[in-house]
Design a protein around this ligand. Structure first.
Ligand SMILES: Cc1cc2nc3c(=O)[nH]c(=O)nc-3n(C[C@H](O)[C@H](O)[C@H](O)COP(=O)(O)OP(=O)(O)OC[C@H]3O[C@@H](n4cnc5c(N)ncnc54)[C@H](O)[C@@H]3O)c2cc1C
Length: 383
């Protein structure tokens, strides 16, 4: 049920890790152009992810016995904020750290936890999410890709699409039909860990509007998996995937996709010495909105830290956050266009072009705006 978000602040012990993660993020970001840093989500740099692991910045929410650091969601908030704020490359470890690890911790058996979690916390193995299929996006319960039992385990046939990171990931956690048909909806779905290097898996990258190939189609043709590929209970996939989506939506990621562009624009304004009242009002409006979203995101993090699952509140922050992220390139593009006399650095223009191209996807990935609003309406008791 929807409840008022109480303002919270980052605990001093978690805030204290900021200088160290900022310094490490700067090692990866400082030499990069603005448009490269604006691609933070898509930046694939496994060596940097391993450095994060060595420095103790991955697996922050995991227990120490699985290689984690038992720091909790506030510490992760600080780390994510610094990585995205500076535009460091996060793609390699992003999904494993954010949602595969908590999923394995919650639903995996002891052997799976011992096998995967320490390697995720060290930044050694990377995961992708196999939910969407052609014809099954928002209507996720209609997935058709099947895993059938064999004498030794499972055989998978079907196709996933829009799988972020698939071309360079080690494993996919896939939502598959293990019994019944699409009409059975939530019943008969299970989650399996698929080693993407096994025979029968074909990964075909998809190029996006900006020319990048960060997601892919993934085809499964008689892919044989061992029995221990099943994660959690057979037939409980829907319940598990709902919990996984709550991890995906409740972090601070959903307000910072355009923040490198915002920073670069403010640096440009400083550089050209533009500080008239209209410009200050524009910058003030954008930064004030970001401040409010950040406060809401920290309040959601406080709910996570208290062991709650703030599904409705996180959907609200994601909806408002992605709207803000999408407004920024429009606002900045209009502003630069209305000052044609100013010299604008080429990489600021390239970053603006890039964010303008990809902004529509901000309110698609992780659940579309309309689906989130349905969740919010339900949480408020309106449907
Ligand atoms: C950058 C990016 C990365 C992605 N990464 C992954 C990934 O790693 N793994 C993965 O599994 N998927 C991934 N996706 C896929 C994403 O989850 C889906 O695109 C999303 O769930 C929407 O599904 P769809 O594209 O099939 O659109 P559809 O579900 O066909 O929706 C089309 C439109 O109809 C609206 N709509 C649909 N149903 C309703 C309804 N009931 N009420 C009101 N409106 C409705 C939607 O809001 C949308 O506007 C990614 C997508 C993007 C853009």
């Amino acid at each position: 049920m929807f409840d008022t978000l109480s303002l919270a602040s980052l605990p001093p012990a978690d805030e204290a890790i900021r200088p160290a993660i900022r310094a490490l993020a700067a090692t990866a970001a400082s030499a990069a152009d603005t448009d490269e840093r604006a691609r933070s989500w898509q930046g694939y740099d496994p060596a940097f992810s391993r450095r994060l692991g060595e420095a103790g910045f991955l697996g922050l929410t995991l227990p120490k016995r699985y290689g984690g650091h038992e720091r909790g969601p506030f510490a992760r908030f600080v780390v994510v904020e610094e990585l995205l704020g500076l535009g460091a490359p996060v793609a390699a470890h992003w999904i494993a750290d954010r949602q595969s690890a908590p999923l394995i911790l919650n639903f995996g058996n002891e052997a799976q936890r011992q096998s995967y979690l320490p390697r995720i916390a060290r930044g050694e193995i990377f995961f992708c999410i196999g939910m969407s299929e052609p014809g099954s996006g928002s209507d996720l319960a209609s997935v058709r890709t099947r895993a059938d039992r064999t004498e030794t385990g499972w055989r998978v046939n079907g196709q996933k699409i829009w799988t972020s990171g698939a071309p360079h990931c080690d494993y996919m956690i896939a939502l598959l039909r293990t019994s019944g048909g699409p009409d059975d909806r939530h019943a008969g779905l299970s989650q399996l860990i698929i080693d993407l290097k096994v025979p029968g898996v074909t990964i075909r990258p998809i190029r996006d509007l900006a020319g990048d190939e960060h997601f892919a189609e993934v085809f499964f043709e008689d892919v044989d998996l061992p029995a221990d590929a099943l994660i959690g209970e057979e037939g409980e996939g829907w319940k598990q995937v709902t919990a996984e989506l709550a991890f995906e939506r409740s972090g601070p990621e959903r307000i910072y996709s355009s923040v490198v562009l915002l920073d670069a624009w403010i640096a440009h304004l400083r550089g050209v010495g533009r500080d008239d009242a209209a410009t200050r009002a524009l910058v003030g409006d954008a930064t004030a909105r970001l401040g409010v979203l950040r406060a809401m995101s920290i309040a959601c993090t406080a709910r996570l830290a208290a062991g709650e699952s703030p599904v409705t509140e996180a959907s609200l922050v994601k909806d408002l956050g992605t709207a803000f992220e999408q407004q920024l390139p429009v606002l900045i593009g209009d502003d630069l266009a209305s000052h044609p006399d100013e010299a604008v650095a080429a990489d600021l223009y390239r970053a603006l072009l890039y964010v303008t191209h990809v902004a529509p996807s901000f309110s698609l990935r992780g659940g579309t705006r309309e689906i989130l609003r349905g969740i919010i309406a339900r949480g408020m008791g309106l449907r």
